[in-house]
Ligand binder design. Structure first.
Ligand code: KG4
Ligand code: ZN
Length: 391
């Protein structure tokens, strides 16, 4: 029988590959420990388009993936002999981009006689806070997955999802964006402001120089009795505001800072609002949705503490310090009201927030322990590209 848990020194060494979007990444992990994590960014290529151009992404992946793998092996000081399996993202993502990573993983697995593991990119973002830095004494952190259920927030350029995790490998999606993802909204408005791609990091920087209440955007989805999100209306409001400011010749530097702050606030406040609803819903399996004023009118002894033990934050937007502090503030408020302490866990480095192969290797380590290897035969092909794969 394959044991779910195994000691660090017997952990498998896995080569992981991610080419799901615009970053070509290769990493070596040993269990949850990241030995190397190489990310070859294509930002310079896609900058002029204000978004990812799929055929160019494919071409760049083809050029970058071998050097990325070689460097990952070199930095981790591992030989092919020591590699126990090769993991690759099979979806979701851009089909032509996914294909490059999958083909490379198959080629190497055949050449070196290694097992393959197919990984879901969203699951990888969700579990990314579990990754351990090389040399880190991970005793405390490595226990994270024992304290479940956790609520994973995957907030990136392609996804904005709330995922309840009661066991690694068992996921229940509580809510998600019904249109654009949070990062996509920041990027699209950034494009209108000529901020380059991706705009999220610059938005964060500009927002720090902005004045609050200069501009405000309506908070979406507040009347909806669910945990879903929506950001496309926000993008339209921002577009109209930008056009208006341009017409009045008022789109100066400070107006851009103020706009960045207002937009960031609106995106994050919506996420916080739905997170609050999740925490105060006594029975998540029944999806109860207290109304907006629920907290104000609540007696302490009326609150049934949430079953959620931890919040795991992953995805490119998780790098944003303002989003992290808003979540921590909510959790403090929640503790005051409910008496229950829920901790926010984020990846140990910002590099693990954006797309990277180390998080793919992390998921693969759990799959390795469960003996979940990819089948690639006439009956079942786990290694097909799955551009629309969900969790
Ligand atoms: O996870 P990721 O690299 O790719 C996807 O799977 O989508 O996320 C990229 C997204 C982009 O939209 C980018 O603008 C956003 O993450 N992002 C940020 C920050 N850093 C990256 N958004 C807000 N603040 C940041 N510091
Ligand atoms: Zn991603």
């Amino acid at each position: 029988m394959v044991k779910e848990k195994f000691r660090l020194e017997t952990m498998p060494k896995i080569l992981a590959i991610d080419t799901s979007c615009d970053d070509s990444s290769a990493a070596i992990v040993e269990g949850k420990v990241v030995l190397s994590n190489i990310v070859a960014s294509q930002n310079q290529i896609h900058k002029k388009y204000g978004g990812v151009f799929p055929t160019l992404a494919k071409q760049a992946h083809k050029e970058n993936i071998d050097p990325a793998i070689n460097l990952a092996m070199k930095q981790a000081k591992v030989s092919w002999m020591e590699i126990d399996a090769i993991a690759v993202t099979v979806g979701p993502g851009l089909a032509p981009a996914l294909e490059v990573g999958i083909e490379k993983a198959k080629e190497l697995a055949f050449k070196y006689g290694k097992k393959l593991i197919a990984v879901n990119h969203i699951e990888a973002h969700a579990l990314s806070p579990l990754a351990l830095a090389n040399g880190e004494n991970g005793e405390k952190k490595s226990e994270l997955e024992k304290n479940l259920p956790a609520l994973a927030l995957v907030i990136s350029g392609g996804h904005s999802e709330f995922i309840l995790i009661d066991k690694i490998g068992h996921y229940q999606k509580l809510g998600q964006t019904i249109d654009d993802a949070a990062g996509e909204c920041l990027d699209k408005v950034g494009r209108l402001l000529n901020l380059g791609y991706p705009a999220g990091p610059l938005m964060e920087k500009f927002a720090k120089k902005g004045h609050l209440s200069k501009f405000t955007f309506p908070k979406a989805m507040t009347s909806q009795a669910n945990f879903d999100l929506s950001f496309s209306g926000l993008k339209t409001s921002a577009r109209n505001l930008i056009a208006d400011l341009e017409k009045k010749k008022k789109l100066d530097k400070q107006a851009i800072y103020d706009l960045a702050l207002a937009l960031q606030e609106a995106v994050f406040e919506q996420i916080i609002y739905k997170l609050e609803r999740i925490l105060f819903s006594p029975d998540l399996s029944k999806h109860l949705y207290p109304d907006r004023n629920f907290m104000k009118h609540l007696d302490k002894d009326q609150i049934i503490p949430s079953e959620i033990e931890q919040i795991w934050l992953g995805g490119g937007v998780a790098a944003n310090t303002n989003l992290r502090s808003k979540i921590r503030k909510l959790l403090r408020k929640y503790q005051q009201l409910s008496g229950k302490r829920i901790e926010l866990k984020v990846p140990y480095s910002k590099k693990l927030c954006g797309d990277n192969a180390a998080m793919i290797g992390l998921v693969a380590s759990f799959k390795f322990a469960r003996g979940e290897f990819a089948k690639d035969d006439a009956k079942k092909n786990d290694l097909d590209r799955k551009p629309n794969l969900g969790i």
